[in-house]
Design a protein around this ligand. Structure first.
Ligand code: URA
Length: 242
């Protein structure tokens, strides 16, 4: 048996102190009944605990969330100048960590997890997980730009990028597929072709697509999606050929 406030704090919902207030305000149910007593003992093996109607998993449950990150927030736990992505995480997920990052002004697919190993594996440059971005930029991308991306762009500071795919989509719009994550990479790649970016959104990562998830919203990945994510393998062919 375990105290309700301890159960929720171990699930990463909030600090014990804040949880006491949350529980007392009647936002928590145990097996469908409101329980406003933080010290209430519950059977942590069988109890169904929910906050604002959302069931809270025990600490050992692996969670992966997808967020549609808005522009104007940084991918960090705290920041002195800007709001952070944590602002958009539902309260029960405040302790999750982002997998990788998107710039302040970039929107789109951002994953969070409580599984440090999974985060590490997905971020490993050796895996080369493909990320797809929709970009709006100055000018119109042409065959020369496509070839430069395929060869590996040389950024304005001389940095050489791995080969990437540029798909022009008409005037001032392109899709960009990259397998690495240098600082401001897509913006700098397009800038190296004199096509500064005015809008950038990540629309896919590995097998996952942002789809129609509304901006600022999050959703939990299904077990099947997590399995697919885990099975993304180091693409040897890609790295050998290039
Ligand atoms: N490339 C960028 O320029 N910004 C991002 O946030 C991600 C990729």
């Amino acid at each position: 048996m375990q105290r309700l406030d301890r159960y929720l704090s171990e699930a990463g919902v909030e600090s014990r102190r804040k949880l006491k207030e949350i529980i007392r305000s009647g936002r928590v149910t145990v097996n469908g009944e409101i329980c406003a007593v933080p010290e209430q003992k519950i059977d942590e093996q069988t109890a169904v605990v929910a906050l604002d109607g959302q069931v809270i998993g025990r600490g050992d449950e692996r969670i992966v969330l997808m967020m549609h990150k808005p522009a104007g927030c940084v991918t960090a736990a705290t920041d002195d100048r800007y709001p952070t992505v944590m602002k958009y995480l539902p309260p029960e997920y405040k302790r999750l960590m982002p997998i990788g990052r998107l710039d302040l002004e970039t929107e789109g697919l951002l994953l969070f997890t409580n599984d440090g190993d999974l985060a590490h594996r997905l971020l490993s440059p050796k895996r080369g997980v493909e990320k797809c971005y929709y970009a709006e930029h100055a000018g119109t991308a042409d065959e020369e730009d496509v070839a430069a991306f395929a060869q590996g762009c040389v950024l304005k500071d001389g940095t050489k990028c791995l080969p990437a795919v540029l798909e022009p989509m008409g005037e001032g719009k392109s899709l960009v597929r990259v397998r690495e994550g240098k600082y401001h990479q897509v913006r700098r790649m397009l800038a190296s072709r004199n096509k500064p970016v005015s809008y950038l959104r990540r629309i896919a990562e590995g097998c996952l697509e942002l789809g129609d998830l509304p901006v600022t919203m999050t959703r939990k990945l299904t077990d099947e999606e997590i399995e697919q994510l885990e099975s993304v393998n180091f693409d040897e062919k890609f790295f050998k050929e290039n």
